[in-house]
Write a protein that binds this ligand. Structure first.
Ligand code: DGI
Ligand code: FE
Ligand code: FE
Ligand code: FE
Length: 187
């Protein structure tokens, strides 16, 4: 699928603000993919569709998680997590993308997972550092991302967990597994 059609399909699903974020993730993901030897076309498509389900009603997402046998434990955590796995499902069934690497990068873009592929890493990080993001610590991660993908990713995951903990929010298990896996990797 070419970029123009993909962007057209996702634009209908998003607010203008979220569409601008998506463009930022796409551009960032392509730079990271070039830099770290990841398939640029897959990075482009995964980035374009990563937030495809962001504005689906909660009830619809919940029903998909139940009916399609997605990870049921998601239902016990913040519904903000649901758009990633539900997005992977909808991008396959509504858009017709079947590439499992692209679908996985969408599925794990919010939590990460143990054993993230290079494409998963590029999309997670691009989502975190795209130019429209402004929060404490993002500039440090942007700098790291130029030199070392895993160092930048580890910092991003650490920041995210610390952010959740400061707000007394539960941390989804995959998010913790991602952190542990990255820290073990560097030993
Ligand atoms: O969809 P985006 O806003 O571009 O970004 P995202 O998909 O990375 O994150 C969406 C939201 O999910 C964000 O507001 C923080 C939240 N989140 C991420 N990891 C966890 C989480 N919430 C909980 N409770 N636990 C997590 O592990
Ligand atoms: Fe997201
Ligand atoms: Fe993210
Ligand atoms: Fe996003």
């Amino acid at each position: 699928m070419d970029r123009e059609l993909a962007l057209q399909l996702v634009k209908e699903q998003l607010t203008d603000h979220r569409y601008q974020h998506t463009i930022g993730v796409m551009e960032t993901a392509i730079v990271l993919a070039k830099n770290y030897g990841v398939n640029e076309k897959k990075a482009e498509l995964a980035a374009i569709f990563h937030d495809y389900a962001k504005f689906r009603p909660k009830d619809e997402m919940k029903q998909i998680i139940l009916d399609q046998g997605l990870e049921q434990n998601l239902l016990h955590f913040n519904s903000e997590l649901w758009h990633a796995p539900v997005g992977a499902y909808l991008v396959e069934t509504e858009v017709g993308i079947t590439d499992s690497e692209i679908l996985d990068a969408i599925r794990y873009h919010t939590s990460g997972r143990k054993g993230m592929t290079l494409l998963d890493r590029v999309i997670y990080l691009a989502d975190y550092i795209e130019p429209g993001r402004h929060f404490p610590g993002v500039e440090e991660v942007r700098e790291m991302a130029k030199e070392n993908l895993d160092q930048a990713l580890t910092q991003a995951v650490k920041n995210s967990i610390q952010f959740l903990m400061r707000k007394n929010q539960p941390v989804y298990p995959d998010t913790i597994y991602t952190y542990n896996d990255l820290v073990n990797l560097r030993r």
